[in-house]
Design a protein around this ligand. Structure first.
Ligand code: MG
Length: 381
């Protein structure tokens, strides 16, 4: 029996790859809902190919295009942020894949979990912002999170069959991004083009900048904390420039399990959608004889202060993760617009964490207020 799948963010990098998975697994996965922010043209193309029951376009200006193109089909069209949240709550699906970018992806995760839907989570910001709230909602509804982030998918796969008490620590690998070996004194002059040029992974713009600052790895530490329940002292980062080992677990007896493969997001996406099965896939396989040396280095907290901020946020918990994440969303946006320097990103994030009005158990409302405070704070920098 095929699984019914809802995809939020279907025209983004994760969504597009998920649909590649769906098109080769036509008998196993049925695409039921699709949502896009503003790329009407691609959403229409996807709707025509996969014939979902409903689509949502968030940006109002793109609505007429979608409507005109799908007139006469029996595809329902939802509109705006409201339509997106409505789609997230529809629980006649087996899995909702959340491929949304940044903080706006958090509420749809929560809504889906509350509706009892298992969420394949690419939007790590959901857990960084509201790990506590989502955890409670999961306990209540019984819905689960299936990691899509390659590192967390790797750990999830390594944990299969293990007793969690036997795991000493999680080892997250990271490529180190494009500036791993760049002279630290020239970080001030890093351009947007340089930062968007990732050596191994082909991803969206926001996450590519996060990889360049290594904020991404920091956010992944926080994500691992919430997904697997390991304290920060039991979550380590190892820089592994080739991105062949996607992450590891170390067991009490010293055994280490690693999950490996070519760096291709379709692999973790497919596993999240077909879990617990590893179904046939047509992508390139890892060739050990051609992949060259695998090397490992310690992460450089001085070069990449954003990693340290993430560990700090886990010491403080409460709103610290949300403040860090929101601040990072807005500062990366400003960097991409050419308004601030690369090195301003960690500076602004640190200031947002230190200066915001910290609370221990924020509600969704508190987080919305925090959002506008942080937005102002970052814009006034
Ligand atoms: Mg990742």
């Amino acid at each position: 029996m095929s699984k019914r799948i809802s995809i939020l963010g279907s025209t983004g990098s994760i969504g597009v790859n998920a649909l590649k998975v769906a098109s080769h697994l036509k008998d196993d996965l049925e695409i039921v809902y699709l949502s896009a922010n503003r790329n009407a043209e691609l959403l229409i193309q996807q709707a025509e190919e996969f014939k979902p029951e409903a689509v949502c376009i968030v940006e109002e200006a793109s609505f007429p295009n979608v409507q005109n193109a799908l007139v006469g089909s029996d595809i329902e069209i939802l509109l705006g942020r409201e339509g997106l949240l409505e789609l997230a709550s529809r629980n006649n699906v087996d899995i909702l894949l959340n491929g949304l970018v940044g903080a706006p992806g958090m509420e749809p995760t929560l809504i889906a979990i509350e509706a009892g839907i298992n969420v394949a989570l690419s939007n790590k910001e959901s857990l960084v912002m509201a790990g506590d709230i989502i955890q409670h909602a999961m306990d209540k509804s019984g819905a689960k999170l299936f990691p899509v982030d390659s590192e967390h998918s790797a750990i999830w796969q390594c944990l299969v069959g293990e007793n969690i008490d036997d795991v000493r620590r999680l080892i997250l690998t990271g490529s180190g991004g494009p500036f791993r070996t760049r002279d630290i004194n020239s970080f001030d002059t890093i351009t947007v083009e340089e930062a968007l040029n990732h050596p191994n992974w082909d991803m969206g713009r926001k996450i590519t900048i996060d990889s360049a600052t290594m904020m991404n790895k920091g956010l992944e530490v926080i994500e691992a904390y919430w997904l697997f329940g390991f304290t920060p002292d039991r979550i380590n980062i190892v820089v592994h420039p080739q991105s062949i080992i996607h992450s590891m677990i170390e067991l009490r007896d010293g055994a280490i399990k690693a999950q490996m493969g070519v760096p291709d997001m379709k692999v973790p996406i497919q596993y999240a959608l077909t879990y617990p099965r590893h179904l046939e896939a047509p992508w390139e396989q890892l060739d050990f004889l051609k992949c060259g040396d695998l090397t490992f280095e310690e992460p450089d907290f001085q070069r990449f202060p954003c990693i340290k901020l993430a560990f700090d946020s886990l010491e403080k918990l409460g709103t610290s993760g949300a403040a860090l994440n929101l601040s990072n969303d807005y500062s990366v946006y400003r960097f991409l617009n050419g308004e601030i320097k690369f090195t301003d990103i960690p500076r602004i994030n640190e200031s947002s964490m230190a200066k915001h009005d910290w609370t221990e158990h924020p509600t969704l409302e508190d987080l919305k207020e925090l959002d506008s405070w942080i937005k102002n704070h970052v814009e006034s920098y």
